[in-house]
Design a protein around this ligand. Structure first.
Ligand SMILES: [Fe+2]
Length: 229
Protein backbone atom coordinates (compact mmCIF):
# COMPACT_ATOMS: atom_id res chain seq x y z
CA UNK A 1 0.00 0.00 0.00
CA UNK A 2 1.41 3.38 -1.00
CA UNK A 3 1.17 6.04 1.70
CA UNK A 4 3.20 9.01 2.97
CA UNK A 5 5.44 6.70 4.98
CA UNK A 6 6.33 4.54 1.99
CA UNK A 7 7.03 7.64 -0.09
CA UNK A 8 9.50 8.90 2.53
CA UNK A 9 11.26 5.52 2.88
CA UNK A 10 11.40 5.15 -0.90
CA UNK A 11 13.01 8.60 -1.16
CA UNK A 12 15.63 7.68 1.44
CA UNK A 13 16.55 4.44 -0.30
CA UNK A 14 16.84 6.25 -3.62
CA UNK A 15 18.97 9.02 -2.11
CA UNK A 16 21.42 6.33 -0.96
CA UNK A 17 21.29 4.51 -4.31
CA UNK A 18 21.93 7.79 -6.09
CA UNK A 19 24.98 8.51 -3.95
CA UNK A 20 26.41 5.05 -4.65
CA UNK A 21 25.76 5.44 -8.37
CA UNK A 22 27.46 8.85 -8.39
CA UNK A 23 30.49 7.26 -6.72
CA UNK A 24 30.82 4.28 -9.04
CA UNK A 25 34.41 3.09 -9.16
CA UNK A 26 35.52 5.34 -6.29
CA UNK A 27 36.00 2.60 -3.71
CA UNK A 28 36.57 -1.11 -3.93
CA UNK A 29 33.28 -2.89 -3.64
CA UNK A 30 31.00 -0.05 -4.78
CA UNK A 31 30.71 -1.56 -8.24
CA UNK A 32 29.93 -4.97 -6.74
CA UNK A 33 27.16 -3.38 -4.68
CA UNK A 34 25.80 -1.53 -7.72
CA UNK A 35 25.87 -4.77 -9.69
CA UNK A 36 23.72 -6.45 -7.02
CA UNK A 37 21.37 -3.48 -6.76
CA UNK A 38 20.82 -3.49 -10.52
CA UNK A 39 19.00 -6.83 -10.27
CA UNK A 40 16.54 -5.49 -7.69
CA UNK A 41 13.27 -3.65 -8.07
CA UNK A 42 13.13 -0.50 -5.92
CA UNK A 43 9.86 0.85 -7.23
CA UNK A 44 7.40 2.50 -4.85
CA UNK A 45 4.90 -0.34 -5.30
CA UNK A 46 7.40 -2.82 -3.79
CA UNK A 47 7.80 -1.03 -0.44
CA UNK A 48 6.60 -3.14 2.47
CA UNK A 49 4.12 -1.69 4.96
CA UNK A 50 5.74 -2.39 8.32
CA UNK A 51 5.00 -0.61 11.60
CA UNK A 52 7.78 1.75 12.67
CA UNK A 53 9.74 1.02 15.84
CA UNK A 54 11.44 3.81 17.79
CA UNK A 55 14.57 3.48 19.88
CA UNK A 56 15.59 4.47 23.39
CA UNK A 57 18.74 5.88 21.73
CA UNK A 58 16.58 8.57 20.08
CA UNK A 59 18.61 11.49 21.47
CA UNK A 60 21.89 10.02 20.24
CA UNK A 61 20.35 9.21 16.88
CA UNK A 62 19.12 12.80 16.57
CA UNK A 63 22.66 14.04 17.26
CA UNK A 64 24.06 11.64 14.66
CA UNK A 65 21.59 12.87 12.04
CA UNK A 66 22.32 16.53 12.94
CA UNK A 67 25.98 15.82 12.25
CA UNK A 68 25.40 14.92 8.58
CA UNK A 69 26.50 18.23 7.16
CA UNK A 70 28.69 17.28 4.18
CA UNK A 71 27.26 18.92 1.01
CA UNK A 72 27.34 15.71 -1.03
CA UNK A 73 25.32 13.94 1.69
CA UNK A 74 22.66 16.64 1.95
CA UNK A 75 20.03 14.66 0.05
CA UNK A 76 20.54 11.57 2.22
CA UNK A 77 20.42 13.78 5.35
CA UNK A 78 17.19 15.48 4.25
CA UNK A 79 15.49 12.17 3.37
CA UNK A 80 16.67 10.56 6.62
CA UNK A 81 15.33 13.46 8.69
CA UNK A 82 11.96 13.02 7.01
CA UNK A 83 11.85 9.21 7.29
CA UNK A 84 13.48 8.88 10.70
CA UNK A 85 10.19 8.04 12.51
CA UNK A 86 9.00 5.68 9.76
CA UNK A 87 11.85 3.24 10.26
CA UNK A 88 12.23 0.11 12.38
CA UNK A 89 15.18 0.63 14.70
CA UNK A 90 16.77 -2.46 16.20
CA UNK A 91 19.72 -3.18 18.45
CA UNK A 92 22.17 -6.02 18.16
CA UNK A 93 22.05 -7.74 21.52
CA UNK A 94 24.64 -10.18 20.35
CA UNK A 95 22.44 -12.09 17.91
CA UNK A 96 24.99 -11.64 15.13
CA UNK A 97 27.63 -13.33 17.29
CA UNK A 98 28.13 -16.58 19.19
CA UNK A 99 26.75 -16.26 22.76
CA UNK A 100 30.17 -15.91 24.43
CA UNK A 101 31.57 -13.29 22.01
CA UNK A 102 33.67 -10.64 23.76
CA UNK A 103 31.94 -7.61 22.22
CA UNK A 104 32.58 -5.27 25.13
CA UNK A 105 30.21 -2.98 27.01
CA UNK A 106 30.61 -0.04 24.63
CA UNK A 107 29.05 -1.85 21.68
CA UNK A 108 26.49 -3.66 23.81
CA UNK A 109 25.34 -0.40 25.43
CA UNK A 110 24.80 1.60 22.29
CA UNK A 111 24.51 0.09 18.83
CA UNK A 112 21.56 0.60 16.53
CA UNK A 113 20.54 -0.32 13.01
CA UNK A 114 17.62 -0.07 10.64
CA UNK A 115 17.29 -2.32 7.62
CA UNK A 116 15.99 -0.49 4.56
CA UNK A 117 16.51 -3.51 2.33
CA UNK A 118 16.77 -7.11 3.55
CA UNK A 119 14.88 -9.73 5.56
CA UNK A 120 12.18 -8.01 7.68
CA UNK A 121 13.33 -4.63 6.42
CA UNK A 122 11.11 -1.57 6.67
CA UNK A 123 11.71 -0.73 2.99
CA UNK A 124 12.24 -3.60 0.58
CA UNK A 125 12.15 -7.30 1.39
CA UNK A 126 15.25 -9.15 0.18
CA UNK A 127 16.57 -12.59 1.09
CA UNK A 128 20.35 -12.67 1.13
CA UNK A 129 21.23 -8.98 0.99
CA UNK A 130 21.07 -6.07 3.44
CA UNK A 131 21.26 -2.32 3.09
CA UNK A 132 20.60 -0.17 6.10
CA UNK A 133 21.74 2.40 8.62
CA UNK A 134 24.09 1.63 11.46
CA UNK A 135 24.89 3.72 14.52
CA UNK A 136 27.30 3.56 17.44
CA UNK A 137 27.08 5.80 20.50
CA UNK A 138 29.82 8.32 21.27
CA UNK A 139 33.13 7.00 22.68
CA UNK A 140 32.41 3.45 21.50
CA UNK A 141 34.83 0.87 20.18
CA UNK A 142 33.27 -1.74 17.94
CA UNK A 143 35.96 -4.31 18.51
CA UNK A 144 37.82 -6.06 15.70
CA UNK A 145 35.61 -8.62 14.02
CA UNK A 146 35.12 -10.50 10.76
CA UNK A 147 32.24 -12.10 8.88
CA UNK A 148 31.48 -14.03 5.73
CA UNK A 149 29.34 -11.22 4.33
CA UNK A 150 31.33 -8.81 2.13
CA UNK A 151 30.49 -5.36 3.47
CA UNK A 152 30.48 -1.77 2.30
CA UNK A 153 30.15 1.20 4.64
CA UNK A 154 29.29 4.73 3.58
CA UNK A 155 30.29 6.97 6.46
CA UNK A 156 27.80 9.75 7.16
CA UNK A 157 29.50 11.16 10.28
CA UNK A 158 32.25 13.78 9.97
CA UNK A 159 34.86 11.60 11.67
CA UNK A 160 35.15 7.89 12.42
CA UNK A 161 38.13 5.68 13.18
CA UNK A 162 38.76 2.41 11.38
CA UNK A 163 41.31 -0.39 11.70
CA UNK A 164 41.19 -2.47 8.55
CA UNK A 165 42.89 -5.80 7.85
CA UNK A 166 44.80 -5.53 11.14
CA UNK A 167 46.59 -2.36 10.02
CA UNK A 168 46.84 0.85 12.02
CA UNK A 169 43.96 3.13 12.98
CA UNK A 170 42.90 5.76 10.48
CA UNK A 171 40.22 8.43 10.58
CA UNK A 172 37.72 8.74 7.73
CA UNK A 173 35.57 11.70 6.74
CA UNK A 174 31.91 11.98 5.86
CA UNK A 175 31.22 10.51 2.44
CA UNK A 176 34.14 8.07 2.66
CA UNK A 177 33.55 4.43 1.92
CA UNK A 178 35.02 1.35 3.56
CA UNK A 179 35.14 -2.03 1.86
CA UNK A 180 35.53 -5.16 3.96
CA UNK A 181 35.98 -8.19 1.72
CA UNK A 182 34.70 -11.56 2.92
CA UNK A 183 36.44 -12.60 6.15
CA UNK A 184 38.57 -9.43 6.49
CA UNK A 185 39.04 -8.14 10.02
CA UNK A 186 37.87 -4.61 10.82
CA UNK A 187 37.11 -2.41 13.81
CA UNK A 188 35.39 0.97 14.19
CA UNK A 189 35.60 3.65 16.83
CA UNK A 190 33.33 6.62 17.49
CA UNK A 191 34.87 9.62 19.23
CA UNK A 192 32.99 12.33 21.15
CA UNK A 193 30.02 12.25 18.72
CA UNK A 194 27.99 9.22 17.58
CA UNK A 195 28.90 7.33 14.43
CA UNK A 196 26.30 6.89 11.72
CA UNK A 197 26.72 5.10 8.41
CA UNK A 198 24.98 3.30 5.61
CA UNK A 199 26.04 -0.33 5.43
CA UNK A 200 25.56 -3.04 2.82
CA UNK A 201 26.01 -6.79 3.24
CA UNK A 202 26.16 -8.32 -0.20
CA UNK A 203 25.59 -12.01 0.60
CA UNK A 204 26.07 -14.68 3.30
CA UNK A 205 24.10 -12.52 5.69
CA UNK A 206 23.09 -15.41 7.93
CA UNK A 207 26.59 -16.50 8.92
CA UNK A 208 27.64 -15.39 12.40
CA UNK A 209 30.29 -12.72 12.92
CA UNK A 210 33.36 -13.53 14.97
CA UNK A 211 35.39 -11.32 17.27
CA UNK A 212 39.14 -11.14 16.52
CA UNK A 213 41.01 -10.40 19.79
CA UNK A 214 43.44 -7.48 19.86
CA UNK A 215 45.60 -6.58 22.86
CA UNK A 216 44.82 -2.84 22.81
CA UNK A 217 41.05 -2.84 23.34
CA UNK A 218 41.17 -1.78 27.01
CA UNK A 219 43.61 1.02 26.20
CA UNK A 220 41.47 2.32 23.32
CA UNK A 221 38.26 2.10 25.34
CA UNK A 222 39.88 4.00 28.21
CA UNK A 223 41.19 6.65 25.78
CA UNK A 224 37.74 7.07 24.22
CA UNK A 225 36.12 7.40 27.65
CA UNK A 226 38.58 10.13 28.62
CA UNK A 227 38.09 11.90 25.25
CA UNK A 228 41.79 11.54 24.58
CA UNK A 229 41.57 10.12 21.06
FE1 LIG B 1 31.47 -5.63 9.69
Amino acid sequence: MINEKSIRIHALVHAILHFLEANRGRATGVDLVLEKLREMDFSLERIVDASPRDTHHARILADAIDDITAPDLSNIARCLRRARHDLIWREDNGQFYPPDADLGDGYRNCNLHSLLVGPNACGFEMEDFCLGLFMLGPRTLYRDHAHEAPELYLNLSPRSGWRLSSGSWQDYKAGSMIWNAQGETHATRAYDRPFLSVFVWLENIDSLCRIVPFPDWAEIEAGLCRNEL
